[in-house]
Design a protein around this ligand. Sequence first.
Ligand SMILES: [Zn+2]
Ligand SMILES: [Zn+2]
Length: 760
Amino acid sequence: MLPDEPQYGLIEVRGIVQGVGFRPFVYRLAGNYGIKGNVTNTSEGVRIRAAASSERMRGFIRALSQQAPPQAWIEDISWKELPAFEVEDFTISSSLREAGTSTLISPDLATCDDCLAELFDPNDRRYRYPFINCTNCGPRFTIIEDTPYDRPMTTMAGFKMCERCEEEYHDPANRRFHAQPDACPECGPRLWLADEGGSEIAGDPIELAAELLRNGKIVAIKGLGGFQLACDATSGQAVAGLRERKRRYSKPLAVMVSGLEEARRICRVSEEEARLLASPGSPIVLLNEKINNSISREVAEGLEHQGVFLPYTPLHHLLLREAGIPLVMTSGNMSSEPICKDNLEALERLAGIADYFLLHDRDILIRYDDSVSRIFAGAEYPLRRARGYAPYPVKLKDTYTTEVIALGAELKNTFCFLRGSHAFIGQHIGEMDTGEALSHYEEARDAMQHLFRLDPQVVAHDLHPDYLTTRLAMESSLPRIGVQHHHAHIVSCMADNDIQGEVIGVAWDGTGYGEDGTVWGGEFLFSDRAHFRRAARLRPYLMPGGEICISDISRMAAGVLWEVGESDGIAEELAAQLRSGFNCPLTSSAGRMFDAAAAIIGLRDKALYEGQAACELEAVAKRMSSRYPYHLLESNGLLEIDTRPLFKALIDDVASKAQMAEIAGRFHTTLTAAIVETCSRLSEETGLERIALSGGVFQNELLTSMVLEGLSSAGLECYLHHRVPCNDGGISLGQAVVAAERCRPSPQIEVPSQRCQALL
Ligand SMILES: [Zn+2]
Ligand SMILES: [Zn+2]
């Protein structure tokens, strides 16, 4: 509340207000409203000492939030009256650093339109300068060592501004007023092209690199959050070469195009998709490919979606325009290793992959992969949260008193710090199965912990005893809270949508450690934010050989065929194993059902990456109204979807040479019907009407859209993810919230619903 006639006051603005041109904005605004005083960055945000008549002051404070720069994100503005002070004008003061406080930091932002215009203006002094940026765009999180966000705290510290840059930096009317990474060709970072041995090649590095790319070479490019490997996306030979050298077989690759126009030439792009492509976060967006476009089949074979993104640094803009071809742009690493970030590291680790290196001398502090997202049902549906997204916290409606670190899952790993109402989800780390991945994880975690002064009191982790993250939790001195994988999925979806109370959660994915020690993945849970009870599941099948079935999907098919009495085609060795039950764990995983179906209809026998068979099954499927039978039974207090009738009918369809598209379509329709019927039954039993959908299976657009339609026809309310991925990248948020809920001081514990109470 503002007092009626304030004359001298202290205004504190919290949120993302540093590195987004906020102080210059305040300066200009103060001029407009005739405010005297000063503005400064603090470790918590921005602080304004202001003197003016009460009417002007009110207008000024209102305008602070209403007219804030596009990349600013204001959480809170506070006002405190001060005793009168002497002041002549309005100034920007140097930053204050205070112990024990923290502010939010903007992610790296894609090149803005103003900078882009200058980049291609021959009369501009930054014409074709690959490091052009301003207060509205450019590197942020990848170059910050500490807060407050000022040049000496960034990797730009070593570049002394020239006179002209210095002038701009101090001119309140300039777009580069206090732009920390600002630079020009005279004083800033420099770009050069090097050969495999690291020797510089004379000439214009952009022209040279573009020429090499057009000639089918592979060029490593030092980007924002690490190196990328680029090659001609229209050349099957170049792409195959890149795959071979990077040992990334089959997994789809993203393509960078020069602009929206080119994106529209290769894919269908809706308005929402165009907006997402051109957003400051600039993620890779999954788009529906146009048939017979110029992109090589090698890029995303067997899939109907193509990951496309726009240039997001001046370097990318220059290169794409010069090359005149769409470029495959993939993270600079050997498959499954973390992305390279330093010049020497890249020359060493990417030797044998890249033919040439586009290097520069602005250091990258923190590794960041590209983010991946898509539009689903008119809204953003993120798949991988990294550059341009993290470290924006996910803001929750609830505020928690216990600070938590959640360590995430094994695949698509992210970690999450939860403090108050902020969930700081780290950038996508990826597969947590190597020493390198672990170092990347620790580096990213420590950086975030330091920058935001995080101090967790509790560690949350998955129940899987073999996960690297579980072992990290065991080594921690903090109290531990284990969170079941699918419960974490559902609570992640609840937190994503800010919903409280109890829901029916449908958690369908590939693998998650169940409370009974078996592999879960086709789960229906009664869940609130602290506890859950398993309500229904897919009927489990044997996995002959265990985890090997994830890549050798023909084994999973054998497990299914065995159970439906179609064991004739099973190799004797496998049949013997199934008969004996030796090393044949049970799984209720939905992901494995997709694998089995894909193998039975003859799509493929082996999956070269997680989820490949499921993606291809979706890609070939035609939307069908007819479906296969299944049973919904009660077994041991659980509802169980018995899919044996489904597989029997599917096998008959295969035998009678029905079209693959129709079989795959019916498979999707059947699972949809099973989800909708199960949810309806559980809803009738309990009166719960809200359904939360989470888990990697809901990356399947066909299934998810049919499930949405089915559930809403059944009168149920459906919740999908919008801010964090439905895949395991969202697990850490769920873990953090479950742990924080369980730590709520006892007087505030809400009485859990009956179904959950049974667990206490
Ligand atoms: Zn700019
Ligand atoms: Zn300069």
